[in-house]
Design a protein around this ligand. Structure first.
Ligand SMILES: [Zn+2]
Length: 171
């Protein structure tokens, strides 16, 4: 009797051990699966790389763009600048003889280089001024006195032109 009971207890104990072993095996397999999943995760990080690429793409706004702009001229005197005719641009630049610069919409930061065909011998000039009417794709070119012709006259002669402007974004 006692012996049989002991056997039963042993069998129960054995079963418990087996169940525990199976559970441990299961946990181990789960752990291994997790591990494999993690391993799979690492090569499957191209999404992260793609994310990196696209985040690279966002600031990779081309440093040089070409934009068709509605361009007119102005001089620094009150005829063109009214009460702002103090010879100092919105960027704080003091206008000097022979200056060439543009007034551009605020989306183009001061210092942005623009090349306007037929202006400043085709060399780039900087954005140094703003203007109430200078919005969208409008530009105002500064004209100073030159060869006995007033800047205002030169601005009038330039008139209004639609030209493709090369814009180099500053950092
Ligand atoms: Zn003027």
């Amino acid at each position: 009797m006692n012996h049989k009971v002991l056997n039963k207890v042993l069998i129960v104990d054995f079963l418990i051990v087996v169940v525990l072993l199976i559970m441990l095996l299961g946990i181990y397999m789960l752990f291994t699966d997790d591990h494999t999943a993690t391993d799979g995760y690492i090569p499957s990080t191209p999404p992260t790389q793609t994310g990196g690429d696209s985040s690279l793409g966002t600031p990779t706004e081309p440093p040089v763009i070409y934009v068709k702009m509605n361009i007119s001229g102005f001089c620094e005197k009150s005829c063109c600048c009214g009460k702002f005719a103090d010879g100092i641009t919105a960027s704080g630049h003091k206008i000097v003889a022979g200056d060439c610069f543009v007034a551009a919409p605020s989306k183009y930061p001061f210092g942005t280089k623009m090349t306007i065909p037929g202006y400043n011998n085709g060399l780039p000039v900087e954005v140094r001024d703003r203007g109430g009417a200078i919005k969208g794709n409008k530009l105002d070119l500064y004209f100073g006195d030159k060869d006995g012709v007033s800047g205002h006259q030169r601005a009038l002669e330039f008139g209004r032109q639609y030209l493709i402007v090369k814009i180099e974004r500053s950092k």
